[in-house]
Design a protein around this ligand. Structure first.
Ligand code: PLP
Length: 429
């Protein structure tokens, strides 16, 4: 297929150098297994699982069939005072992999919507408990919590924030946990930096613990370049939250569904949050869908604050629990369970780590870190240079600024990891 520049002009692309792209298009027209095919017929190894959302690889027939059949059976159903069985099935299946006591799930259409939903759940919960004065939120520098106003307010990546200055003003940012001098080229949790969790204590000491509603963190900060927390850091955040009645929210949009080898990062780090946001792997990227799971006490507290014939939580999206997205999710959760995807993927962890770390020493590489099947490689390239050079070398890798974020599908094998490493090596020369 050929595209004249005018065919591309009208789409204002997200997070893209639009003018450059339209002079120099990179279109993915087909996807199967662990490969994309481009408009000019080249095959690209998918080194980032799309945007970290295709753990089972592309084009799984079972998922496609579930969506197609759902489209023919009941293409859309609202979920305001009525419902469709599929989303109930997803919520109930999720309880099998969520931490115990976290058995209620609210559906959204994306990770960004999940974050804004979690912010509102935290507000509603405290208000229901008579603690409406808890209006402050704590998050972290270099955090990525999506692009809606709530999520941008929590986020800590400068380019995503500096244009949009009038966001939520009641957010305090802890320091990020990247310590290149102390923890450079470390795989897994760094030995140094647990004291960074005391930034939450400082917020408590400065503003008063009773004014803080929730602390949001990505267990491993993903989009900013895979920043793994130091040993003991998340446990310490949990302690400070417990002591001060602050809700701990884990944004598991990337870390959820096996990326670290467990269903959720919560299990990998043995820390249970009060609220968990997710998206991406919930449908293997085949349909837009997000979710927010909460501890039972949060659901019951919000519900019991109003009479039984009232709407308890005035929030929801037209596409909350969309039947086709939910059909995809049921199929995906079935595959994860039947194929034991998360546990099986851990057999690749060591190999992936070794291959990624083998890029250390290249002139263009300044740091490498990771956990499970997720790796951040800091380079001397710009985002656009990195995107172009990897594309030219037949590999898809998501760059955030100069950092290449590698996240192979959970169903990859050693041969595929070799291919990704070789193509990266070539690109980073
Ligand atoms: C941790 C985290 N939260 C939220 C989001 C936003 O998700 P979405 O792009 O589906 O809105 C992302 C996206 O990458 C993410 O990585």
């Amino acid at each position: 297929m050929r595209y004249a520049p005018n065919d591309l002009e009208n789409h204002w692309m997200p997070f893209t150098s639009n003018r450059d792209f339209k002079n120099n298009p990179r279109l993915y027209t087909k996807a199967k297994g662990m490969y994309y095919e481009t408009h000019d017929g080249r095959k690209l190894a998918d080194g980032s699982s799309g945007l970290f959302c295709v753990p089972l690889g592309h084009g799984r027939e079972e998922i496609a069939r579930a969506v197609y059949e759902q489209l023919q059976t009941c293409d859309f159903s609202p979920h305001f005072q009525v419902g469709n069985p599929n989303s109930f099935m997803v919520a109930s299946k999720l309880t099998r992999i969520l931490p115990k006591g976290m058995s209620y799930t609210f559906f959204t259409g994306s990770g960004s919507e999940s974050i804004d939903t979690a912010i509102k759940i935290a507000m509603a919960y405290h208000r229901a408990k008579g603690q409406g004065q808890r209006t402050r939120f704590v998050s972290r520098e270099r955090a990525y919590h999506g692009v809606n106003i709530g999520g941008v307010s929590l986020s800590g990546m400068v380019k995503n924030r500096e244009t949009f200055t009038n966001t939520m003003s009641n957010v305090v940012h802890m320091r990020h946990t990247w310590m290149p001098k102390e923890n450079g080229y470390t795989w897994g949790e760094g030995a140094h930096g647990v004291e960074l969790a005391e930034d939450l204590q400082r917020a408590v000491d400065t503003f008063g613990g009773t004014t803080i509603a929730a602390c949001f963190v990505e267990p491993v900060a993903g989009s900013t370049g895979v920043l793994v927390p130091p040993k003991g850091y998340l446990k310490r955040l949990r302690e400070i939250c417990d002591k001060n009645g602050i809700l701990l929210v884990f944004d598991e949009v990337i870390t959820g569904f096996g990326r670290l080898g467990t269903a959720f990062a919560s299990e990998a780090f043995d820390v249970i949050p009060d609220i968990m946001t997710m998206a991406k792997g919930i449908t293997n990227g085949a349909q837009p869908m997000g979710a927010v799971s909460v501890k039972d006490e949060i659901y019951h507290t919000i519900n019991s604050a109003s009479p039984e014939d009232m709407v308890e939580f005035f929030h929801g999206y037209t596409y909350s629990g969309h039947p086709c997205a939910a059909a995809a999710s049921v199929a995906v959760l079935d595959i994860y369970e039947r194929e034991d995807t998360f546990a099986k993927s851990t057999k690749l962890h060591d190999y992936f780590r070794k291959k990624m770390m083998s890029l250390k020493g290249m002139d263009n590489v300044t740091d490498i870190r990771g956990y499970g099947l997720m790796c951040g490689i800091d380079t001397k390239l710009s985002q656009l240079q990195g995107t172009k050079v990897t594309y030219a070398n037949d590999i898809h890798v998501k760059f955030t600024g100069p950092c290449a974020i590698v996240a192979v599908p959970l169903v990859a094998d050693e041969g595929f990891i070799d291919e990704v490493t070789d193509k990266l090596r070539l690109s980073l020369k």
